[in-house]
Write a protein that binds this ligand. Structure first.
Ligand code: MSP
Length: 527
């Protein structure tokens, strides 16, 4: 028992918490699918895993949207939270907790943390006079604005702010932060983002305004006797603290101790600065260790255009799921573009992937093998008693694929992990073509070889399906039950770890296959 506890491995993954002034779209789904795939992969690899997502419900943006709708901010939040939670169900997201910044467990942490930093003298009262972008909830100096005097991030109008504000002494942490980033080369990824942030910090960090007097919807700043105004904690400080409040900083200390600072924060590139400058310097001020990694992914455009409300071209994940199914969507977004790069979404690209990778390569491999096993072997195949060089080649292909898959998953290079997996799947199709089971079936003296060829193929499909399961849990479950393996899930597999699960004939003694419907439907590309 003691030994098992000592050897436990922990993994903590988060998504950004999403603003509730807008309905969920493909950008939100993208990060959440990625976090889910990582969580499922790590659970399957024997890690005790905690996966957190949630909603960012305070701030001027939510306040203003609620006002426009003639409702209270909390009513707006309650309504939109439902939409997020329903979408996560539909997308088969397996988060362990969902944090809302309006919950007591969160607000308590925010008040406590701000007070700690205030008491230690890292927060002071001053006056803010610069620009604010409400859609990004971000402060800018005049020199940072774009050439039209707009937000350098989203290029929308900014407002001049002149108000009393508390400031966090971020400048004090400039040198320690540079030092930390230099000593931890994988702290910010991809590398290009790390370089971008390093050069930004080196231009000099200014102290950061961390309260607003013109916003009322948020966590109140602890009162000091220096001010007569009620201040509200700046939304980004409120929001970033979800990563510790949702883990249980106050209400689940055991969990917090286990998982902090194992965190991997998955974010979009637009919120890089908040996560790689504000968050680590604030943690430094609090004396808490920094998260393990912050990985910024790229942005999706739609048929070449930026998605926006005014263009009405937001991709709604629900509609895609209804049309193409949840697994193909999960596969597509992570296969189509490297996780750190921008990419374009089009129905034709999605259909292309479904028809070729999913239906032709994987679906067809399963289908033809099941059909042959039923036809030639009455559905039953025994563990082969010998191994020929061509079988050995297949085994080696899968061993090297497994190594590459695991490394790329750990590097958050989903497209590379999937490329390696699909090379092995295509190789398996070739293995069948070269061994021609249909010919072996006609020769009574080749009965044993026929068993073995189908056996190696089924074992290859089993392994491929196990490794596919974090990406396409429903499909993998269907494929594995067709092979006679019922109730497989990344969660139930965790005791074994991936290497043991994916060794040829390590656990598998035989297969009893069942007829199954094709895993994927093919689509016509309409031009
Ligand atoms: N509330 C903040 C995050 C606080 S985390 C402590 C926020 N919320 S958001 O709802 O506006 O955005 C959440 C995420 O969606 C961001 O990571 C952003 O990059 C992502 N996306 C929004 N549009 C996107 C695309 N078109 N493509 C990919 N991701 C995009 O920011």
């Amino acid at each position: 028992m003691k030994k098992a506890l000592m050897s436990k491995k922990y993994f903590y993954v988060t998504t950004p918490i999403y603003y509730v002034n807008d309905l969920p779209h493909i950008g939100h789904a993208y990060t959440t699918i990625a976090a889910d795939v990582l969580a499922r992969f790590k659970r399957m690899d024997g890690f005790e895993t905690f996966f957190l997502t949630g909603t960012d419900e305070h701030g001027s943006k939510v306040e203003q949207t609620a006002q426009k709708n003639n409702e209270q901010p909390i009513e707006l939040a309650n309504r939109v939270v439902q939409r997020f939670q329903n979408l996560w169900k539909k997308l088969l997201i397996t988060h362990d907790d969902f944090i809302r910044t309006t919950e007591e467990r969160h607000k308590k942490v925010v008040t406590h943390m701000i007070k700690t930093v205030l008491d230690q003298g890292d927060i002071y009262l001053g006056n803010y006079e610069d620009w604010y972008c409400t859609p990004c909830e971000t402060f800018w100096t005049k020199t940072q604005l774009d050439n039209k005097g707009r937000c350098p991030e989203c290029h929308r109008e900014v407002q001049k702010l002149k108000e009393e504000s508390y400031f966090f002494k971020m400048s004090k942490y400039e040198a320690p932060l540079i030092d930390y980033i230099n000593k931890n080369p994988h702290f910010i990824e991809p590398e290009s983002r790390r370089n971008e942030i390093l050069s930004f910090i080196k231009e000099g960090l200014r102290d950061l305004s961390i309260s607003r007097t013109t916003v009322t919807w948020g966590v109140p700043m602890p009162q000091t006797d220096k001010t007569n105004f009620p201040h509200i904690v700046y939304i980004w400080f409120d929001a970033l603290l979800n990563y510790v409040s949702g883990l249980g900083y106050f209400d689940n200390k055991d969990r917090f101790q286990k998982f902090w600072p194992e965190a991997i924060h998955l974010i979009g590139k637009d919120i890089l600065r908040h996560h790689t400058i504000y968050w680590p310097t604030f943690l430094m001020a609090l004396g808490l260790p920094l998260p393990k990694k912050i990985f910024a992914h790229g942005w999706w455009t739609h048929e070449g255009e930026k998605m926006s409300k005014s263009k009405g071209n937001f991709i709604e994940p629900e509609a895609l799921i209804d049309e193409y199914g949840v697994d193909p969507l999960r596969y597509f977004v992570l296969r189509e573009i490297p996780f750190g790069s921008d990419g374009d979404f089009s129905n034709s690209a999605l259909i292309g992937r479904i028809n070729s990778d999913l239906a032709d390569d994987y679906g067809n491999l399963l289908n033809r093998t099941i059909t042959m096993t039923l036809k030639y072997q009455e559905g039953k195949v025994l563990k082969p008693s010998s191994i020929t060089p061509i079988d050995q080649e297949l085994v080696e292909k899968y061993t090297s694929m497994r190594i590459s898959y695991k490394k790329n998953m750990d590097d958050i290079a989903f497209h590379k992990a999937l490329t390696a997996l699909w090379e092995a799947i295509r190789f398996t199709n070739k293995y069948i073509d070269s061994n021609e089971p249909w010919k072996l079936s006609k020769d009574e003296s080749k009965k044993e070889r026929l068993n073995d060829v189908l056996g190696f193929t089924l074992e290859a499909i089993r392994i491929a399906s196990v490794l596919i399961s974090p990406f396409m849990p429903q499909t993998a479950g269907k494929a594995l039950s067709a092979l006679g393996i019922q109730g497989f899930s990344c969660g139930t597999a965790k005791e074994k770890g991936i290497d043991a699960l994916c060794g040829f004939w390590e656990n598998q003694k035989e297969f009893k296959v069942q007829k199954t419907d094709p895993l994927f439907k093919k689509y016509e590309i309409s031009l």
